[in-house]
Design a protein around this ligand. Structure first.
Ligand SMILES: C[S@@+](CC[C@H](N)C(=O)[O-])C[C@H]1O[C@@H](n2cnc3c(N)ncnc32)[C@H](O)[C@@H]1O
Length: 277
């Protein structure tokens, strides 16, 4: 039970000419919600653009790869997600503020990120509607989804996410979503330039206006040494190079001022796009 004992509160309220100023125990003013949100947005933005913060270069450490694989093992309703904590928080904020009608993610792996998306939509009080696409859906991933409470709200599709069939599946899925609402598209599959470009061409154009496209692993451009010697992608052939090319040739998309620098230890830096037209 929560009891409010006003006589014992430490907050001092003093009337000013046109508003009420609330101060804390040290006598400093406590900003109201609007002012707090405004100030914080300014700080977050400044931090994400601050050379010292960004150039700490956490992102360039190969150790980050194992951090990515291990950290979120306890997330996504108990199913592993290959994602950094900052980015999980950013997704939560995006879902809360955008209230998307649907989420599409390419690259399912173990299925945790799909469960995370569905659960965050549920918490934001929007009907979860999630499509996951992967070239190879593993049994343990589909078992995790079908055994979860979001089994009905998550659809899995197996195939190449940059193929015309993927475009067809995605557009049918989007038609089934509530009309007029933006969506979220997360690209987290094959991180080579050509594949991400193909996904952007095939899928981003289907997204309603105001939708966000989150392109994972732009951080590959920041790595000092190649942490993925067994993969076709690397510096110069990465999601970041695909994003730059896509934004330069598609006026309907911009790099989001609000979200692209939200995380510090992030795999999405400058890789969050918004559809504006
Ligand atoms: C980095 S993992 C995805 C991680 C997942 N989004 C998460 O956060 O837990 C990459 C996935 O992309 C899939 N993949 C690779 N090439 C693909 C392609 N051409 N089309 C679709 N999926 C692909 C792989 O099978 C793998 O499951």
């Amino acid at each position: 039970m929560v009891t409010c004992v006003y006589a014992r509160t430490f907050w001092r309220v003093s009337a000013l000419a046109s508003r009420v100023m609330v101060t804390n125990v040290y006598g400093s003013e406590i900003p109201d919600s609007d002012a707090f949100t405004r100030e914080r947005a300014k700080d977050i933005n400044a931090m994400g653009r601050d050379e010292i913060c960004v150039r700490r270069r956490w992102n360039s450490s190969p150790a980050l790869r194992s951090v990515k694989l291990q950290v979120p093992a306890a997330n996504g309703c108990g199913v592993p997600i290959i994602r950094l904590p900052d980015d999980i928080l950013t997704l939560q904020e995006i879902i809360w503020s955008l209230r998307p009608g649907f989420i599409i993610e390419t690259g399912i792996a173990r299925g945790g990120s799909l469960l995370l998306s569905a659960s965050l939509m549920h918490m934001a009080n929007v009907q979860p509607l999630v499509l996951g696409m992967d070239i190879q859906i593993l049994k343990h991933a589909s078992d995790s989804i079908s055994g979860s409470r979001f089994a009905e709200e998550i659809t899995l599709w197996e195939g190449d996410s940059a193929s015309p069939s993927a475009g067809l599946v995605a557009s049918t899925f989007i038609e089934s979503a509530p009309a007029g609402r933006p969506g979220v598209l997360v690209l987290d599959s094959d991180h080579s330039h050509s594949h991400v470009s193909g996904e952007l061409e095939m899928l981003a154009g289907l997204m309603p206006i105001e939708s966000l496209v989150l392109v994972a692993d732009t951080l590959i451009e920041e790595f000092g040494e190649d942490p993925y010697p067994d993969r076709p992608w690397g510096r110069g052939n990465s999601p970041m190079t695909a994003v730059r090319e896509f934004v330069a040739s598609h006026r309907s998309y911009v790099v989001s001022e609000r979200w692209a620098r939200r995380g510090l230890v992030t795999e999405f830096r400058d890789g969050i796009l918004q559809r504006i037209a």
